[in-house]
Design a protein around this ligand. Structure first.
Ligand code: ADP
Ligand code: ZN
Ligand code: ZN
Length: 761
């Protein structure tokens, strides 16, 4: 079959003809090419990017998305004509088509792959559609007469008609069956045949908020600091688009950033424009959404992964049809199909989850939002207690307007942070995972009937199992990582590929029996707590306890209702939780993130400790934080203990500048992976050669084994490209690969993944 829109026998290309670029069958993964078609005279000058068209494709007709004019026709082929428009499918707003093109360019993906981001989430799989239900309408002039006439001869028939008249002449099928019993199906059929009832279908919205009550809450009076911040936002909102500066709100946890977002949204709605508010997936709790709904009610649509496919589809349609003016959503909501966006907010803008990993394009929602804001003349507002180094750098260099909130609402004090040196504990003979200071604090908290949160960024019971004879940690068979021991089901698990294995009694390498369990995870913390405090109610929140839908919310609800005294958890518990009775936060081991082989390790640690510390003392009573570490002198921890972002920034930015890391350089991360290591190495060298001979102007580091040298049975080697101008870098990479299409690929089984501006390496 012909896989091209170009074929013999098409109309001859006339001088002055218009050509169109069309993405054919864009919903299907793997269609990564655009095709050129002739624009028929009837459509000349009438096509808008984002319109759906019907095109001949091989021997079929297919649906395509018109993305823009083509400069010229490919040579040596007879083009086919676009067959017609598809007015029944609503077009994609033209600025979004432009945004997709930018995204593809910036993140080195194909254009169709970026276009897929614009389609309704689950409709990329075709089966999700608008839900319709059957309803009946009574079509009889004189019901009483007919009922009389039917009388005893057809009592069920009479009953049906009487019922229909009583409910006002219209009813949904499901309701009729529920009220009159399943056996009414027969009489319904007869009534339809006789024409007494007429069947129709009505669209039914799948409402993620169905049955939830919202109590409208009037906005609080702003604090002077908030008021000042809002004034700055207003100035930018009313500035002419070309002079509008993005706003970075640097506000300590609990300083009222969310309240500012709500006020800014209210302003932009008054201007008749729409707002998008991005929130990290994990913070999109019912609590969070409730705050938006309490202020704006039915004007709010939500987009996040906890919705069912149908709910997502319907929420997306409400946005597209303009039935709402506000979207609150996770990363992909940056592509929400609004026509007239006046404001894009990114809460916790430093969050890693704003970066898409797969499928390509591996975009960062903050960068895409900045571009969308530019395209549509909207204001970008970023908020964080711990801004990404890149963002704060832009604020310091005057690109962003910096707004600071240095105080908590009601001037509640920031929690006091104590760093505990775990080496000291060992010297004092304490081998427990809890320091004496933490135990004492837990004693006091529980005695005072307050709540505590213990954070540890590793799940499982033991983080690895070591042979004392040969010194080997037990590794996953398919990944170059140590397996974690899980007590719950007594097995080892790989946290990268989910492979599980029984716990060996002898070392698989050397046969020794001296096997030692080391390193504590959340399961171990939970067990230790139960042992120390048998009377305390303990809950654990990590990937293992939240696999079932709704379990995440259920745990939080129990904590909020004071049915739990101590909550143990991973990253999941660090964000957005606002529980006034939490007075103690313990970081069981801060070093887990410090020791990552990653240029962002220090930044991430500072963010984690600050975020988790922010969970303490949000109510009347002051909070305190205990951070356990083997590196109490680490600059990031010292700065976090002082709640001093500026100190952290000053230290970290020096390091980044010296070593040419973001924000002073851009990076492109190329990973080659395959089952045969030799082929992977050879291909990595070929790619290196390609970039060198293509004249790549930045630095090329590697090839070398990637930090995760094997994953899911595939060996991984990588190259890191560095440069100052990302536009130049991506253009050069694209050109280098295009020039040698196919030849760099030494082995078909080696895959290349490209990550522009990676979050970690
Ligand atoms: P952040 O997003 O910076 O962590 P929030 O907006 O969640 O802060 O505010 C923290 C708490 O203070 C919330 O419970 C919020 O309802 C409350 N709050 C915010 N602004 C005010 C205000 N001006 N007056 C009273 N309470 C406020
Ligand atoms: Zn061994
Ligand atoms: Zn594995």
């Amino acid at each position: 079959r012909e896989r091209d829109g170009m074929g013999a026998g098409g109309p001859r290309v006339e001088a002055g003809a218009e050509f169109a670029q069309v993405a054919v069958d864009v919903t299907a993964e793997g269609t990564d090419k655009l095709f050129t078609y002739l624009v028929p005279r009837s459509l000349a000058g009438r096509l808008q990017p984002g319109q759906w068209v019907r095109v001949p494709f091989g021997h079929q007709r297919m649906v395509g998305l018109y993305v823009g004019p083509a400069e010229r026709a490919p040579e040596g082929v007879a083009l086919k004509e676009i067959a017609g428009l598809l007015p029944e499918i609503p077009p994609i707003p033209a600025p979004l088509v432009q945004l997709a093109r930018w995204t593809a360019d910036r993140y080195l993906s194909t254009f169709p792959a970026a276009l897929r981001l614009l389609l309704p989430p689950e409709a990329r799989r075709q089966e999700v559609r608008t839900l319709t239900i059957t309803s009946y309408r009574l079509n009889v002039d004189d019901v009483e007469a007919l009922v009389e006439q039917l009388g005893r001869r057809a009592p069920r028939q009479a009953e049906l008609l009487t019922y229909m008249a009583r409910v006002g002449g219209e009813a949904e099928r499901a309701q009729v069956l529920a009220d009159l019993g399943e056996s009414i199906a027969g009489p319904i059929k007869v009534a339809l045949e006789k024409g007494w009832l007429v069947a129709g279908r009505v669209a039914r919205r799948r409402d993620p908020f169905a049955g939830e009550q919202v109590i409208p809450t009037p906005p609080p009076v702003l604090t002077p600091e908030q008021q000042q911040a809002l004034d700055s936002i207003r100035q930018e909102l009313i500035a002419p688009p070309g002079f509008r500066q993005p706003v970075l709100i640097h506000g300590v946890t609990g300083s009222g950033k969310t309240e500012l977002y709500l006020r800014a949204i209210a302003m932009v709605r008054e201007m008749g424009r729409n707002a998008i508010c991005l929130v990290p997936e994990i913070s999109l709790t019912p609590q969070m959404i409730q705050r938006f709904r309490a202020r704006f009610g039915g004007e709010v649509a939500v987009l996040h992964s906890a919705l069912s496919a149908g709910e997502k589809f319907d929420e997306w349609q409400r946005i597209r049809r303009g039935e709402v003016s506000i979207v609150v959503g996770a990363r992909s909501a940056v592509f929400a199909p609004f026509e007239n966006v006046g404001l894009i907010i990114i809460d916790e803008e430093h969050e890693q989850s704003y970066k898409q990993e797969s499928p390509p394009p591996a975009y960062h929602a903050r960068e895409v939002a900045a571009e969308r804001a530019r395209l549509e003349g909207a204001l970008l507002v970023l908020g964080s207690a711990t801004p990404a180094l890149e963002s704060f750098h832009l604020a310091r260099t005057g690109v962003y307007r910096l707004v600071s909130l240095d105080h908590r609402v009601d001037d509640r004090p920031m929690p006091s942070v104590t760093l505990v040196d775990m080496r000291e504990e060992l010297r004092a003979g304490n081998r427990s995972i809890f320091s004496r200071a933490l135990v004492e604090a837990l004693d006091q908290t529980l005695a005072a009937r307050e709540q505590a949160i213990l954070f540890l960024n590793r799940r499982g019971y033991n983080t690895f199992i070591l042979c004392r004879t040969c010194g080997e940690a037990i590794q996953c068979v398919s990944c170059a990582v140590a397996m974690t021991y899980h007590l719950g089901d007594d097995h080892l698990a790989c946290h990268y590929c989910d492979h599980t294995a029984p716990v060996p009694t002898v070392c698989p390498k050397c046969g020794s029996k001296a096997i030692r369990h080391l390193g504590a995870g959340t399961e171990r913390v939970e067990e230790e707590l139960r042992r120390l405090y048998p009377g305390a109610r303990v809950a654990r929140m990590d990937v293992d306890t939240t696999r079932r839908k709704g379990s995440h919310a259920a745990i939080l609800k129990r904590f909020a209702n004071r049915e739990v005294d101590v909550l143990v958890g991973t990253q999941m518990i660090t964000k957005g939780l606002d529980f006034p009775d939490v007075t103690l936060v313990g970081v069981v081991l801060a070093d887990t993130s410090l020791n990552l082989p990653d240029f962002r390790a220090a930044e991430r640690t500072f963010q984690l400790v600050t975020q988790v510390a922010g969970r303490a003392g949000r109510g009347e009573r002051p909070g305190r934080v205990i951070v356990q570490t083997y590196q109490p002198d680490h600059a990031s921890l010292l700065a976090a203990a002082e709640h001093d972002y500026h100190r952290f920034f000053a230290e970290e930015v020096k390091f980044r500048e010296q070593l040419d890391y973001p924000p002073f350089a851009h990076m492109i991360h190329l990973v080659l992976s395959g089952e045969e290591e030799a082929a992977v190495i050879e291909t990595a060298r070929a790619v290196h050669q390609l970039l060198v001979s293509g004249g790549f102007s930045g630095q090329i580091l590697g090839p070398a084994p990637a930090p995760l040298a094997k994953l899911r049975g595939r060996y991984r080697h990588h190259l890191v490209l560095k440069g100052t101008d990302i536009g130049t870098m991506t253009a050069e990479v694209r050109a280098a690969f295009a020039a040698r299409r196919g030849t760099w690929r030494k082995s078909r089984s080696v895959a290349l993944s490209v990550d522009v501006d990676p979050m970690s390496i």
